[in-house]
Design a protein around this ligand. Structure first.
Ligand code: DHK
Length: 143
């Protein structure tokens, strides 16, 4: 099974940005963590990060037919991007939404999730383990 793991804006700043919320581990640590979890589950994970909404849209479109599933942390675009939602609907690649934090317990503007409108399931509030949970869920159900 091939899973595309997409990370949105500012996740490249992990380890530096608001460590009281996002932790002290870096984006490189996250990529290594996902690689280890994927190998243990026997799935293939390709991990990408961008700060640009259009790039996220391009990658979601390109996933169609090329990947079995998307694990998506669209970061701030989760709460703003109709373009990301439309791309997810167009691509029709099964999607799991992930977040390191629990957005619903933060500021009110984080309570809306456009990604959730297309995602099969949301995994949040468990730091890096939110990604592990999403990978394990796709691995167990066979995407
Ligand atoms: C990451 C972000 O950058 C925020 O904009 C989201 C998400 C939450 C996270 O918890 O991984 O609101």
């Amino acid at each position: 099974m091939k899973i595309l793991v997409l990370n949105g804006p500012n996740l490249n700043m992990l380890g530096v940005r608001e460590p009281h919320l996002y932790g002290s581990r870096t984006y490189a640590d996250l990529v290594a963590f996902i690689g280890e979890k994927a190998a243990a589950l026997g799935v293939e994970a390709e991990v990408r990060q961008t700060n640009h909404e259009g790039t996220l849209v391009d990658w979601i479109q390109e996933s169609r037919g090329a990947f079995d599933a998307i694990v998506l942390n669209a970061a701030a675009y989760t709460h703003t991007s109709v373009a990301v939602l439309d791309a997810l609907k167009a691509a029709q690649t099964p999607v799991a939404e992930v977040h390191l934090t629990e957005p619903k317990e933060r500021e009110s503007f984080r309570r809306v999730s456009y990604v959730a409108m297309a995602a099969e399931k949301t995994f949040s509030g468990r730091g890096f383990d939110s990604y592990a949970d999403a990978l394990a869920w796709f691995a167990s159900k066979g995407a």
